[in-house]
Design a protein around this ligand. Structure first.
Ligand SMILES: Nc1ncnc2c1ncn2[C@@H]1O[C@H](COP(=O)(O)OP(=O)(O)OP(=O)(O)O)[C@@H](O)[C@H]1O
Ligand SMILES: [Mg+2]
Length: 304
């Protein structure tokens, strides 16, 4: 069995081999899961922008892959093409193209570098609710296939309380709420917790504290938000993990390479690996609505 370092090296080599080549998705080799398998849909969100969602999403996808999970990333930060940027990739197709008769899921599903499979949101999802019912149905039918292709779908949302962001976090089975220890980020994170506590039917939200200098700082942030949540929202909120402030993150962003693939031993990488392990093996298991439930909610279909 290959060890983790070998796997990472292979991911990096894949990327190197790919540079300069035309994007080609014809080699998609995702194995369909069994009919009744349920996919975990995890939305990654934040109150304040720029706190590390996209970096977490992409690196977590790689880390979950190393744990044997089949992962699919959906870039739902509309119009920003964030995932493309962090991966140093460029997607020609996005979600909206699925409305075209001759475009199938395999056309918009990018087999990205470092083994990250993803769909670029473009502006497709944003407009979804303005589409006709037949358009929405077509989108949903084509997207439903994602549930068979992945064990975990990570949805990178925009920041804040906009309608689209709320739609995503309310439709997902689980939410990772990213914050930094800054007071403004905490206030904005609390605003998301409040909205979530009001509208989510099944509450499953966990904190990720990013850019900490020591573990005590993370504990302090978590305790503060937990106490406030318990007192004012009567909602428990756990901590999914923390990530240290790490200059290799910025270095990786500049080079457009995920830090976990290029600097597997850096602190941030270790934190994301630990988070992936705890998401896969640890803690409470949740009752999931799965990918179809997520789509039904996003596209306003009533559940039957
Ligand atoms: N752990 C970290 N250590 C150091 N710098 C970090 C860390 N996490 C994030 N950053 C910095 O913060 C920047 C923003 O990160 P990222 O793009 O992932 O945030 P975001 O929440 O997705 O932003 P947006 O709301 O604009 O989508 C990165 O480019 C990087 O420079
Ligand atoms: Mg982002």
């Amino acid at each position: 069995m290959e060890d983790q370092a070998t796997k990472l090296r292979r991911l990096v080599e894949d990327k190197t081999g790919q540079q300069g080549q035309e994007e080609d998705n014809s080699h998609m080799e995702l194995q369909p899961a069994g009919e009744d398998s349920r996919t975990r849909v995890i939305a990654i969100t934040s109150g304040k922008g720029g706190v590390g969602k996209t970096n977490l999403t992409v690196n977590l996808a790689i880390a979950l892959g190393l744990e044997g999970q089949r992962v699919l990333v959906i870039d739902a930060d509309l119009g920003m093409a964030n995932v493309d940027v962090v991966l140093g990739s460029l997607s020609k197709h996005h979600l909206l193209n699925l409305l075209e008769d001759d475009t199938e899921l395999s056309d918009v599903l990018i087999h990205g570098p470092y083994g990250v499979d993803y769909i670029s949101g473009g502006s497709g999802i944003e407009k979804a609710k303005a589409f006709s019912s037949s358009d929405r149905k077509r989108l949903m039918q084509k997207l439903a296939g994602c549930g068979q292709l992945a064990d975990i779908i990570l949805v990178d949302t925009g920041a804040g309380l906009g309608k689209n962001v709320m739609d995503f976090i309310l439709a997902a089975d689980e939410v990772l709420l990213v914050t930094t220890p800054e007071p403004t980020a905490l206030t904005d994170a609390y605003a998301v917790m409040k909205a979530y506590s009001m509208y989510a039917s099944n509450k499953n939200i966990k904190l990720v504290v990013n850019r900490i200098y020591d573990e005590a700082e993370s504990r302090e942030v978590v305790a503060k938000l937990q106490q406030t949540s318990q007192k004012f929202l009567k909602m428990p909120i756990e901590c999914a993990g923390y990530i240290f402030e790490d200059r290799n993150v910025m270095g990786a962003v500049r080079k457009q390479r995920p830090f976990l693939a290029t600097k597997p031993d850096t602190l941030a990488s270790k934190c994301v690996r630990a988070m992936a392990k705890s998401l896969v093996y640890g803690g409470d298991m949740v009752v999931k609505r799965g990918w179809k439930g997520f789509l039904q909610q996003i596209f306003n279909f009533s559940r039957k």
